[in-house]
Every structure is written in C-alpha cells, then in structure tokens.
Design a binder for this molecule. Structure first.
Ligand SMILES: *[C@@H]1O[C@H](CO)[C@@H](O)[C@H](O)[C@H]1NC(C)=O
Length: 236
C-alpha cells in the first residue's frame, strides 16, 4: 500500500474511533501490558517474587484507558459485572503460561481477579461489542502468543544480560519491526542499583484490543525510563 493511502486509512480509522468515543464510551483504547519478570524482580528482597522466575515477557493486563486520563476506574462496571471464578477455571492452564502472577503476594487466581476488578470489568461493561469475562482473558492469552517480545528483541540482537544496556531507541525500533513503524510502544522501567531497568512493554491497541495503535497519540502516559542518554538495562 502507498504510504499516503495508509495515512488516509489511519485518519479515517482514528475518526471512527473518536466518533465511537463521543458515543459515550467510557474508555478510548487498550494498553496491552507485558511485564518482564527479571526486571520486575531485580534486586527485590527474597520471597517477593515467585521461584523459579519466568524469563519471558508475560501478560500483566489489558487496561481500558483514556489518552488524557490514563486509567479508567471500573467500580461501577464491576457492580454490574462481578467476577466469576468459574468463567476462567477452564482457561487456568493457558493463563498459567501467559498470565502468571509474578509476585508471591497473590496466587494466579487472585492476580486474575485483581486485573478483572481493576480493568477487565470495564471491557465487559463498555466494549463494543462487550467482552465477556472469558473473552477478556482469552484475548490476553491470544495477544501473548501474538507478541513474543523476548523473541522480537532477540531478532534485533537485543539479549538479556546484566552487564549491557540498550538505548530506548534500540528497544523501540526493535519492537516497531513487529508492530509497525507508525506505532510507538511504551517502555516502562524500575529504578534499580544498575540504573533504569526494563520492567514492562506496553502495546497500545484499539477499543476492542484488535489493532495496534501508537501509544504516542496525545497520550498523557509517558515512559518513566528517564536516563538522560536513553540507557535501559535489560537484565537476565
Ligand atoms: C474516558 O473517555 C470517555 C470518552 O471520551 C469519557 O466518556 C469518560 O468519562 C472518560 N473517563 C475518564 C475516567 O476520564
């Protein structure tokens, strides 16, 4: 497709999204949040994280969000759509692979319930068409299969290791090879003894978590990896 056609298509698409939004949708887009356990757990006290620690990127959640206000609260949505453990019991094995609780503080089911209460209920209440609790979690599993960030980074020669750091530009460019150069992902860090350490990769998706959009569209949410030279540690 010619580049200009693509831009026109994107604009039409954005307009449709905006119209959807003025149709009183209580969220505007989805953040597909993948956490990187070695980064989440680096330097944490013993017992804070599960052992053995998963070494791939895993689902943290799919978060209905607004560009100007980031998080949408789901209190009302949850009242109408309470959590039903039985709806995801059949998915337990799949979700154990894609969406495990990395912190010992919660077991898997408690973590899924938390993500549902904070985020999933909004997708069930306000998705167009609405998600079901089950389809919300199935979506997370499917997206995890689709976006293997460990492999995506490896394909650009970016490998975990404590001694080396990469630049934000290197990380973003590598991920864009997968999601398209028009789409900026969000990279989130923790401040550790090493410096800014990669903790999460966020891919922004449309309202139904189907198509990738750029996280940089007038978005109030910005990276918190703030090394002046853009340096990010990708620990093993
Ligand atoms: C999110 O955006 C939608 C559409 O613009 C709006 O109806 C809703 O009130 C917003 N929610 C928050 C928490 O800002």
């Amino acid at each position: 497709m010619k580049n200009s056609n693509f831009i026109i298509l994107l604009s039409v698409y954005a307009l449709v999204q905006v119209l959807n939004v003025s149709n009183a949708e209580p969220y505007e887009y989805m953040q597909f949040v993948l956490q990187y356990p070695p980064g989440v757990c680096y330097d944490q006290s013993k017992g804070h994280c599960i052992s053995p620690l998963p070494t791939k990127f895993h689902v943290h959640g799919i978060w209905p969000s607004n560009f100007s206000n980031t998080l949408v609260r789901c209190v009302h949505a949850l009242r109408n759509n309470p959590f039903h453990k039985a709806q995801i019991t059949p998915l337990q094995t799949d979700l154990g692979n894609s969406w495990p609780s990395v912190l010992t503080q919660k077991n898997n089911m408690q973590f899924w319930e938390h993500e549902y209460r904070e985020h999933g209920a909004c997708a069930v209440e306000s998705g167009v068409p609405p998600f079901t609790q089950r389809s919300y979690f199935e979506k997370g599993h499917q997206l995890w299969n689709q976006y293997d960030i460990l492999a995506v980074l490896r394909q650009s020669g970016i490998k975990p290791g404590t001694a080396t750091s990469y630049t934000m530009t290197q990380l973003v460019t590598a991920i864009q090879k997968k999601i398209g150069s028009n789409n900026t992902p969000l990279i989130m860090c923790r401040r550790t003894a090493l410096g800014y350490t990669l903790k999460e990769v966020i891919i922004c998706l449309d309202h139904q978590a189907t198509n990738v959009i750029s996280c940089a569209l007038n978005n109030i949410r910005k990276t918190d990896c703030r090394d002046p030279s853009g340096k990010v540690y990708y620990v093993a």
